[in-house]
Design a protein around this ligand. Structure first.
Ligand code: 9D3
Length: 236
């Protein structure tokens, strides 16, 4: 079976959106995965197609009703993991992306307003995932982020060339800087080692650059990386 993504949203017309352009879009065209964007509102039962209501306990905004969201989930659930995109979730990491890509697909639940009644999330045993600590207006862009990251890992989507590059994030370092022609531009020269033809020296320079930038910019990644290296060296 092809990898299957279902997106439950109040704005299905947002999909595939930018996903249609990129690598993921070409893979979609090629039938390497399948995308269904479904309107949560199709599961509303009253005359006005209501999907939200005021929060119990008071407070600003509106909350998406558990009965409507649960009906939307029930209509698509088939054993795929259910992911609720929410600022309350754990932050999406490459390890999560790898797990999603290795499975049968995902059901992505996008909230709007102040979010979804927590009972519907619990009843579906949904994982709660955020894309970072900033406030967006809904889960649709985060859903696209997750899909873009997962689809490029599906078999046949990326050339063999780039699957090795994947491991550079897996080794926990930021990437070394890239340069192309011209060798001098606006008075700025390319680092001479890159023109030397000395492949060992180039590899050593790139490793040193990757380590330096990671140490300065991402002390969290650097600490994890040095731990990993220490553990690898200690292993029997
Ligand atoms: C008033 C408190 N707000 C939480 C910070 C409420 C709120 C803000 C924004 C509730 C939902 C949203 C919409 N955001 C998402 O649905 C969302 C999100 C995000 O805003 N940032 C990072 N990751 C994600 S995943 C889904």
């Amino acid at each position: 079976m092809t990898w299957h993504a279902t997106v439950l949203t109040l704005f299905p017309e947002m999909f595939p959106g930018p996903l249609g352009q990129s690598l993921a879009g070409r893979a979609l065209q090629a039938g390497l995965w399948r995308l269904d964007a479904r309107d949560i509102r199709a599961n509303a039962t009253d005359r006005h197609r209501t999907v939200d209501d005021t929060p119990f306990g008071g407070g600003p905004g509106m909350v998406m009703r558990p009965d409507v969201v649960s009906a939307a989930l029930a209509s698509v659930q088939d054993g795929r993991p259910v992911v609720y995109l929410t600022p309350r979730g754990r932050r999406l990491a490459q390890a999560d992306v790898r797990d999603f890509a290795a499975g049968p697909g995902v059901v992505l639940l996008c909230g709007r307003y102040e979010g979804i009644d927590q009972r519907a999330i619990e009843a579906a045993a949904a994982q709660e995932i955020s894309v970072g600590d900033y406030v967006l207006s809904g889960g649709e862009l985060p859903a696209m982020v997750l899909l873009d990251a997962a689809v490029r890992l599906l078999p046949g989507v990326m050339g063999a060339a780039d699957s090795a590059t994947e491991e550079s994030f897996a080794n926990g370092l930021l990437e070394y800087p890239q340069y192309t022609r011209p060798a001098e531009w606006c008075g700025r020269a390319v680092p001479p080692v890159l023109l030397s033809g000395n492949h060992a020296a180039i590899a050593a320079w790139r490793q040193a650059e990757a380590e330096a930038i990671t140490r300065r910019r991402r002390p969290d990644l650097w600490a994890a990386h040095t731990n990993n290296v220490a553990r690898a060296l200690a292993a029997p």
